[in-house]
Design a protein around this ligand. Structure first.
Ligand code: ZN
Length: 333
């Protein structure tokens, strides 16, 4: 946080943004269990997957201010890494509350979780967004959102900022991959995986399984997972680069990579394919209130000991908001 550097930038008006809404193919949870299990078993020694009731997501380590992942589930792919690269486009500033109102998704309680870039005009500095919030039908916010920053100390330790629970802060910058539902209890897919022997991360093995099974259909999922008993490679964006980032190497040099301690709790989305909507196929950010860490999930670095526990639901619609005219050539991982 750099509150002295706050900027008076207003979120883009949803009615002025391009929004492409597309129904998603919704396999049954039974079928998805089979598909995802195959991907997980190719990558992990111990896998337990099935249909299960949501744990109470009101409680730690989730802290969603809603009980479940069910009720009218949708996914958003908003903005794009193309608005970050090669240089940050400072007008790309969004408000999820006004987007949901614009889409008439505001008459019910809703849970918003996901990954994106934090609202630099409010924080005064670019950061990672770990969005978790409950919006009531009266548009009141219960916030559990976290921002992860690269600390301005010599060794650049990660700094986690906790948005106060009653703060009406629903904005973010540049890009976001969000899962929205009514936050009701219900049945979802529960996954436990241990001892990674494949090269894919926890989400990639499931995302690729969706991609190879549903070749001509688009499937979208969202949810959360907890990582325990290991270390996790995550990145945090530094403040905006003063020079353009023109290659993967320049991007990776600008990002600050960390090996973070667990437990970490992640939120985000994954879809079966990029399609003509130029979707980001997976995007999860995680944080730990205990260790005051957070960032963009890449993979565990302790495959022998790592344990994942995840809960996911399948969405009915995807809204692609503000898709750029030109497809980005690098930087979508
Ligand atoms: Zn990210």
């Amino acid at each position: 946080m750099d509150p002295g550097n706050r900027q008076n930038v207003q979120p883009l008006e949803p009615s002025k943004l391009s929004i492409k809404s597309r129904p998603l193919y919704q396999p049954s949870l039974e079928e998805l269990v089979d598909v995802l299990e195959e991907g997980l078993r190719a990558n992990f020694v111990e896998v337990t997957i099935g249909i299960t009731d949501c744990p109470n997501f009101n409680e730690q380590p989730y802290n969603f201010h809603r009980e479940g992942l069910c009720g009218n589930p949708i996914v958003f792919d908003i903005g794009d890494p193309a608005y970050l690269l090669p240089s940050a486009q400072r007008d790309k500033f969004y408000d999820v509350k006004s987007l949901l109102r614009h889409l008439n998704y505001n008459t019910t309680d809703c849970l918003v979780i996901g990954a994106g870039a934090g609202p630099w005009p409010r924080t005064g500095c670019n950061c990672e967004l770990i969005m978790k919030m409950h919006l009531s039908p009266r548009q009141e916010v219960e916030n559990a959102t976290r921002y992860a920053f690269v600390g301005k100390t010599p060794n650049e330790e990660c700094v986690l900022h906790q948005v106060p629970v009653n703060e009406d802060e629903t904005t973010f910058a540049l890009l976001g991959n969000l899962y929205v539902c009514e936050g009701r209890p219900g049945q979802v897919i529960g996954v436990r995986a241990k001892k990674r022997t494949g090269n894919l991360d926890f989400i990639a093995c499931m995302q690729k399984a969706l991609g190879s099974r549903y070749k001509d259909k688009l499937v979208g999922m969202g949810g959360t997972f907890v990582m325990r008993n290991g270390m996790i490679k995550q990145h945090v964006m530094r403040d905006f680069s003063k020079t353009p980032l023109n290659s993967e190497a320049e991007l990776n040099n600008w990002l600050r990579f960390y090996e973070m301690e667990t437990p970490l709790t992640a939120v985000g989305t994954f879809v079966s394919a990029e399609t003509d909507l130029d979707l980001r196929v997976q995007h999860f950010h995680s944080a730990s209130d205990e260790n005051k860490l957070g960032g963009h999930y890449h993979i565990d670095t302790t495959p022998d000991t790592i344990e994942y526990e995840g809960y996911f639901n399948v969405a009915t619609i995807i809204h692609r908001v503000d898709q750029p005219a030109n497809k980005l050539q690098f930087g979508k991982d």
